[in-house]
Design a protein around this ligand. Structure first.
Ligand SMILES: O=C(O)C1=C[C@@H](OP(=O)(O)O)[C@@H](O)[C@H](O)C1
Ligand SMILES: C=C(OP(=O)(O)O)C(=O)O
Length: 412
């Protein structure tokens, strides 16, 4: 049995940073993720005037009611969509002019539904380049609140941003949502808002947030369940066993359901209150699976699918086309490089296992998940290389070292 300590959740760290900044007083975050996305988030907060003291084990954030202390700020989001989508909501509660920009990759990703919603709330948002994309400038004068309508069919992050903003408005928010994807991330948001003292409810498509702000607290970040998927997949693929401590029953992250998908394919899964263990059994059946709720794990499954005993079809994942890259085409392209038969449609991918995959260079498209997913394939196909191994820094800078240690322990 191998136990792998997985770094903190990107999604929980980003939310906790927002909540800590908006709460009066000092919040301690235990085991936050130290990676590019969360570093960009912390840097953004500092530019808005919220001090973030970063230690290796915990971060201390000094929060403030009434919006950012800074009357103007330039925030560079790097590749982090959570930064670009959550922080404008916090900036909107201030009084001043706030500019957001990002890498070319993140500039391409859509922001329009969020900026439309902010405009419905009276915030002035001006996109400097293409409408609905970074860079943008926001002129803020506090947010009164009220009723808005939001299309969250491309990303749940727009809804999370507005929910997080809700308690900071004068009158609260009532958001009617259409087309919601990635629902478990919204559940994470609501649970964490409650941990910081806010009132938020859902009734079907309508989310209601009471005014009243947040309370500072001490908060422990769970290990990242999307990151854990590579290690669970590795065990399932090689007949080994892996335990991830800190992710058990009651964990907030939907992506832990990926372990259940491996279970349906033939791996053995054991979940306790404290951890999850996946044991490879030598059986990896084909499967048809809807991954709308857990689409960050689509590339993980696609990368081990060539070793299944039948076709693997992953459905309802249109929004993976607008992540760090077009993940449906990137996964398909890489599988073809390995000699695997694969087809894609608007919102699905189907992998048809045949002869064993052959060695090839993987095109990462600067997408950490391409790099980490196809590293798992490499456990069974010697000679797979990555054209950009460094792109893992977005969420897991030490990935290759940890993975190498795992290979050594497993003699692979
Ligand atoms: O809210 C979050 O922390 C996230 C939501 C998901 O995005 P979408 O809602 O855009 O699918 C997920 O893919 C992303 O990695 C993190
Ligand atoms: C889609 C992802 O990130 P982002 O927060 O930039 O959307 C991801 O981590 O897979």
């Amino acid at each position: 049995m191998t136990s792998v300590p997985i770094p903190g959740s990107k999604s929980l760290t980003a939310r906790a940073l927002f909540l800590a900044a908006a709460a009066e007083g000092t919040t301690i975050l235990r085991r936050p993720l130290l990676a590019d996305d969360t570093e960009a988030f912390a840097e953004g907060l500092e530019r808005l005037g919220y001090p973030v003291e970063r230690g290796p084990e915990h971060w201390r954030i000094t929060g403030r009611r009434g919006g950012p202390a800074a009357g103007s700020a330039d925030i560079y989001c790097r590749d982090g969509a959570t930064v670009a989508r959550f922080l404008p909501g916090l900036a909107a509660t201030g009084r001043g002019t706030y500019r957001f920009d990002a890498s070319e990759q993140l500039r391409r990703r859509p922001l329009g539904p969020l900026t439309e919603a902010l405009r419905q709330l009276g915030v002035s948002v001006r996109h400097q380049g293409a409408e609905g994309h970074l860079p943008m400038e926001l002129v803020a004068d506090g947010v009164k609140g009220g009723e808005i309508v939001l299309d969250a069919g491309l990303s749940s992050q727009y809804l999370t941003a507005l929910l997080l903003l809700g308690p900071l408005t004068a009158e609260g928010l009532r958001i009617t949502v259409t087309g919601l994807v990635s629902v478990p991330y919204v559940e994470i948001t609501m649970a964490m808002m409650r941990s910081f003292g806010a009132e938020v409810t859902r009734d079907g498509d309508v989310f209601t947030v009471a005014p009243g702000g947040y309370r500072a607290t001490e908060y422990a970040i769970e290990p990242d369940a999307s990151t854990a998927s590579y290690f669970f997949a590795a065990a399932a693929l090689t007949g080994r066993e892996i335990t991830v401590p800190g992710l058990g029953r009651g964990a907030l992250q939907g992506d832990l359901r990926f372990a259940e998908v491996l279970g349906e394919m033939g791996a053995r899964i054991r979940m306790t209150d404290d951890d999850t263990t996946v044991t490879g059994t030598g059986v990896l059946r084909g499967i048809t699976v809807n991954m709308r709720d857990i689409s960050d794990t689509m590339p993980t499954l696609a990368a081990i699918a060539p070793f299944a005993s039948g076709p693997v079809r992953i459905e309802d994942v249109y929004n993976t086309r607008i992540k760090e890259c077009d993940r449906l085409e990137a996964a398909a392209g890489n599988l073809r490089r390995l000699g695997v038969e694969v087809a894609t449609g608007r919102d699905w991918i189907e992998i048809r296992p045949g002869a064993a995959p052959v060695a090839a260079e993987i095109a990462c498209h600067r997408d950490h998940r391409m790099a980490m997913s196809f590293s798992v394939t490499g456990l069974r196909t010697p000679g797979i290389t990555l054209d950009d191994p460094g792109c893992v820094k977005k969420t897991f800078p030490q990935f290759h070292q940890v993975f190498r240690e795992l290979r050594t322990a497993w003699r692979l």
